[in-house]
Design a protein around this ligand. Structure first.
Ligand code: PMP
Length: 399
């Protein structure tokens, strides 16, 4: 039959990154495109033991429907973990378990904003938030970034200008630590400035922090949530980068009113997140495995980051790039007259893939930018991939 799809679906495009996955499997291709953790970072043996325990001790509840807000035992463990890891004081009742933090990125815009409303994001920002906003018909104003993340003076100007037109943003979305895609981290003074503005203008903040635990150099900075004395910040965390993304377990920390709305919406999204995965996460923290696994992952990714940075220093000219202190990505800026999207075909021919920076903007993309992932490729491929990229850029310039 010929199907008629809804108007809403017309606005929803498959992400460029998902499309790119097609190329990753071409023989000989090196991809810096995906956002995948390295399977070497998965605690396979430990999770096998945990699974055995669960099947022995909790099988009737681990395979049963769970509570919409999540497994109470896991919320207890998470509250303790957040206190020790991020100095976030939270009551377990202020935590809601999500099916990946992507579920929160889908739900929170629907909770805070109506169709046609505005929110504020960084430019560039995470595609998962951009696609959620598009799906919900919510518009965004963006604030530029420099090496120190979101430029909060520009944020202030933007809020004032919006206020003067009578349209206030419904929230500010930020990834202050090891940002995806740019790898930037916001220093303490900007964090404080952002919170002051949020309080002054009464705007909720969504702090997305999937990479905070993965710091390879530099000093740890407090999360916005730990600095927040006025309950303005809704904090998103995930087990994807510190345990395994396939288990699809994330969490949202917020005020009971916000979580109450989320609970109502979640009932129509999936009733509750995967019980088995939540039991695994519970045991992962309870047994202290998380505290041993994260340092191993940090060691692996620090080496890979350093290899990529060294290769870039050796091979690339006429480009600049971020030097992230953690996370999974770095951001390359080519000469202003270059277009990374146009260049992608040549790159694929040279068997090197990346994500064009334009995928991370709602409007006015900087076409000369690209995101490189350094966690997934082998050490040899990181070196060879950067060589191929440098060759591609040279050829493109000469064409
Ligand atoms: N936010 C950001 C900034 C991310 O980079 C990601 C994963 N790439 C997510 C949210 C979603 O993570 P998950 O759904 O796996 O928890």
């Amino acid at each position: 039959m010929e199907f008629q799809f809804s108007n809403k679906m017309k606005n929803i495009k498959s992400s460029e990154i998902r499309e790119l996955l097609k190329y990753i499997h071409m023989p000989g291709m090196i991809s810096f495109g995906g956002g995948l953790p390295n399977p070497e970072s998965f605690p396979g043996e430990e999770l096998r033991n945990i699974l055995d325990d669960i099947m022995e001790n909790y099988v009737s509840s681990a395979l049963q429907y769970g509570q919409t807000n999540g497994l109470p035992e896991l919320k207890e463990q998470l509250a303790a973990y957040l206190k020790s890891d991020e100095n976030i004081n939270v009551d377990p009742e202020n935590i809601l378990l999500t099916t990946g933090s992507q579920q929160a990125l889908y739900a929170l815009p629907l909770i805070f904003a109506n169709e046609g409303d505005y929110v504020i994001t960084e430019a560039p920002t995470y595609v998962g938030m951009l696609s959620s906003l598009t799906a919900s018909g919510i518009r965004s104003q963006s604030v530029s970034m420099d090496d120190n993340g979101m430029i909060t003076d520009e944020l202030e100007e933007k809020i004032k200008s919006m206020k003067s037109k009578g349209v206030m943003p419904k929230f500010i979305y930020t990834i202050p630590t090891f940002q995806n895609p740019a790898g930037y981290t916001m220093p303490l003074d900007r964090r404080k400035h952002l919170l002051e503005l949020a309080q002054q203008y009464n705007i909720p903040v969504i702090e997305d922090n999937p990479y905070g635990d993965l710091r390879y150099s530099g000093k740890k900075l407090p999360t916005l949530k730990s600095l927040d004395t006025n309950d303005m910040v809704t904090y998103l965390g995930t087990f994807s980068k510190i345990m395994a993304p396939g288990l699809r377990t994330g969490f949202t920390v917020s005020q009971p009113e916000v979580l109450g709305e989320f609970n109502k919406l979640k009932q129509s999204l999936d009733l509750a997140s995967d019980s088995l995965s939540q039991y695994i996460a519970y045991e992962y923290i309870r047994k202290g495995i998380i505290y041993k696994q994260i340092p191993k992952t940090i060691e692996l990714y620090r080496r890979k980051r350093d290899i990529m940075l060294e290769a870039l220093d050796d091979e690339m000219s006429d480009a600049t790039w971020s030097r992230p202190e953690g996370g999974m990505f770095l951001w390359v800026k080519l000469n202003k007259d270059m277009d990374a999207l146009k260049m992608l075909k040549r790159a694929i021919n040279n068997k090197i893939a990346y994500v064009t920076g334009s995928a991370f903007y709602h409007n006015n993309p900087e076409m000369n930018t690209m995101r490189l992932n350094f966690t997934y490729s082998s050490d040899e491929d990181l070196k060879e991939g950067v060589k191929r990229l440098a060759k591609t850029i040279k050829e493109e310039k000469q064409s």
